[in-house]
Design a protein around this ligand. Structure first.
Ligand SMILES: Nc1ncnc2c1ncn2[C@@H]1O[C@H](COP(=O)(O)OP(=O)(O)OP(=O)(O)O)[C@@H](O)[C@H]1O
Ligand SMILES: [Mg+2]
Length: 589
């Protein structure tokens, strides 16, 4: 099973490298050229030494061999530089592609996915794990292929000089490979743990930074430091464990590499002492130069395979996200919303739960006509926000369905459905940037007049004008530099600017003062009268409820009453009680 998974990771990496195969092949060709050229010099030493010993060396032949040595080396180094450049370029392209694809994937994942996955974890993966994969592609490819080719070429030269000495000196290197293999098997789980802990550190930091004010308010800085120190300690221990394993195995690998040095000198000298015709002093001298080039690939292969193990742990995490299915996406024959869109919303016997066995909505049915203005009310946790989220299909109904313009939302193209809708959530997000950037997010082509109009409708124009930089004021991450009421009115402006057929508002006036609330209420009524679209408004503000032509009252995930405020007060005791409660909250006397 694990083997299958790792195979498929190699295959997936390979598939992603496919567009760059020309670069890779050229790079490989350059490498195959560079290796013999840069490793030619010990051969010259051997040839010159032998010619010296048998007295055949002349001045001109010496100059010839020195020139050969120089030219081969220079060309080899040049080819090697080009080879490395092409590989690094490919590696970086690979990383860029993976990052972009990952981000794309995060952006289309369902809300359920994002609620279940910590954003700090996603950040760690897109930044740090992709980075670790880059090492595998760069160092893995340059290191492994390069050194493997070096090894083969040098082994070839060593065997060519003397098959006997060559064979016996290469043997211990084979044993090194066995140790590298055992090491890889043992270190795999450790590296998976290291990456997992890094992900936990990322999500913890992200979460605690978002809530740093709460930490300070309750004086819990010291406790948080301790929790974090324990997490950092876990990462430290796992990393040290990996380091210990490395420093146990790598010296053994080096030692076997060094033994071939002994064998070369020993067997070579013994053959020369016994005046064997198959081995010369020049051969011995050349071996002196080649020994290191045999030993170093082994060390590099050991190190590279270590990097590959680390990268494998990261790649597993990256591909896990890349391959995660997108739960909510266009069906095969999804179609766009017909234009002009009328803006009716129907819930048909809809039931929904976030967690199995915990029903949140049960058998909810209602129909909102095109252009209607409907309020949704109910106690906290009764499922109002959930109803709104089901309309743009942020979640999928468990049974029954949602229809927009009498078409099941599952049969519609998501893009077209969501384009017709503006949802202002209880806590709508503002991006780090200016007020203008945030508003234009809904409609990048909006004119200054349109901006002012939308801001007026949301009762936001006055405060924006009073800011020293007006629309160019920086709002900070999630609008932290604004007040709660200002943030809420900006979210509302953004929605008004989009001029949606379906406007879904979740307690849009919860943090604004009564004057703003009545301005916003007026804007909704104007929009309704002008026939600009349907509005569904979740609220328990009494003035909004009294003005709404129709109220859907929810209790415990069921729709229990449907009608105007007056009708509900006389027909539903549950509504009457709830309303009295809300009235008391707003007007305590
Ligand atoms: N992502 C989620 N995962 C699991 N349960 C959830 C999730 N979101 C909401 N719930 C649960 O679903 C129920 C309905 O939540 P919902 O947010 O729709 O209530 P609400 O009527 O909007 O309440 P409020 O007036 O407080 O905003 C609650 O019991 C809540 O705990
Ligand atoms: Mg809610």
């Amino acid at each position: 099973m694990a083997k299958e998974a790792s195979k498929s990771i190699v295959r997936q990496v390979w598939t992603r490298l496919h567009p760059y195969r020309k670069h890779l092949l050229t790079s490989l060709g350059l490498l195959v050229l560079a290796v013999p050229l840069t490793n030619f010099h010990p051969m010259v030493w051997g040839i010159v030494a032998d010619a010296l010993l048998d007295g055949s060396l002349t001045g001109s032949s010496l100059v010839f061999w020195l020139s050969m040595m120089f030219v081969t080396y220079v060309v080899g180094v040049g080819a090697n530089a080009m080879h490395t450049f092409l590989l690094e370029k490919t590696g970086q392209a690979f990383v860029r592609d993976v990052r972009v694809d990952l981000f794309d994937k995060f952006e289309v994942q369902s809300m359920a996915y994002h609620h279940d996955t910590h954003s700090g974890e996603l950040v760690t993966r897109i930044v740090s794990d992709v980075d670790a994969m880059e090492q595998s592609v760069l160092q893995g490819l340059t290191g492994l292929i390069g050194e493997a080719v070096t090894f083969i070429v040098v082994a070839g030269m060593v065997l060519w000089i003397s098959p006997l000495v060559g064979t016996v000196s290469i043997l211990p290197l084979a044993i090194s490979f066995v140790f590298i293999r055992i090491y890889n098997l043992r270190v795999k789980a450790i590296y998976a743990g290291v990456r997992k802990r890094l992900g936990h550190i990322g999500s913890f930091v992200q979460d605690r930074l978002a809530g740093v004010q709460v930490t300070q308010a309750y004086g819990r800085e010291h406790d948080e430091n301790e929790v974090f120190a324990a997490k950092a300690e876990g990462f430290y221990k796992a990393s040290v464990q990996a380091s210990r394993l490395r420093q146990t195995y790598f010296p053994v690998v080096s030692m076997f590499g060094f033994i071939n040095n002994l064998i070369m000198l020993g067997v070579g000298a013994w053959l020369i002492m016994n005046e064997s015709p198959s081995f010369t002093m020049g051969g011995l001298l050349a071996y002196r130069g080649f020994w290191w080039r045999l030993q170093s690939p082994i060390r590099t292969i050991a190190q590279t395979s270590d990097i590959l193990q680390r990268a494998h742990a990261s790649a597993t995490r990256v591909f896990e996200l890349l391959n995660a299915p997108v739960v909510i996406e266009d069906a095969d024959h999804a179609r766009p919303l017909p234009t002009p869109t009328r803006g009716s919303v129907t819930l048909n016997d809809l039931s929904f739960h976030y967690l199995a066995d915990k029903p949140v909505l049960t058998d909810v049915s209602f129909e909102v006509e095109p252009g209607e203005f409907v309020a949704i009310a109910g106690s906290s946790g009764s499922g109002k926000t959930t109803v709104l989220n089901l309309i743009p299909r942020y979640y999928e109904a468990t049974s029954g369905g949602v229809l927009v313009d009498n078409i099941d939302v599952r049969a519609l193209q998501l893009h077209s459905l969501r384009q017709a809708i503006a949802l202002v959530g209880q806590e709508s997000y503002l991006f780090d940037g200016t007020i203008r950037d945030n508003l234009l997010y809904a409609k990048p082509t909006a004119t200054a007049v349109e901006l002012d109009m939308a801001a007026t409708e949301a009762s936001a124009l006055e405060f924006i004008r009073h800011l020293p930089k007006g629309y160019d004021t920086q709002v900070g991450q999630n609008g932290v530099k604004l007040s709660g009421g200002q943030r809420q009115r900006l979210s509302l402006t953004r929605a008004f600017l989009a001029k949606p057929i379906l406007l879904l508002l979740d307690e849009p006036t919860a943090s604004v003062e009564p004057e703003s609330e009545s301005l916003i209420r007026e804007s909704i009524l104007v929009r309704t009268r002008a026939g600009e679209g349907t509005t569904i408004l979740v609220t328990h503000r009494i003035h909004l409820l009294r003005q709404a032509p129709r109220i859907l009252f929810f209790d415990g995930g069921r729709l229990v009453a449907d009608g105007s405020h007056e009708a509900l007060v006389s027909s539903s005791d549950a509504y009457k009680d709830a309303y009295r409660q809300w009235e008391k909250e707003e007007q305590p006397d």
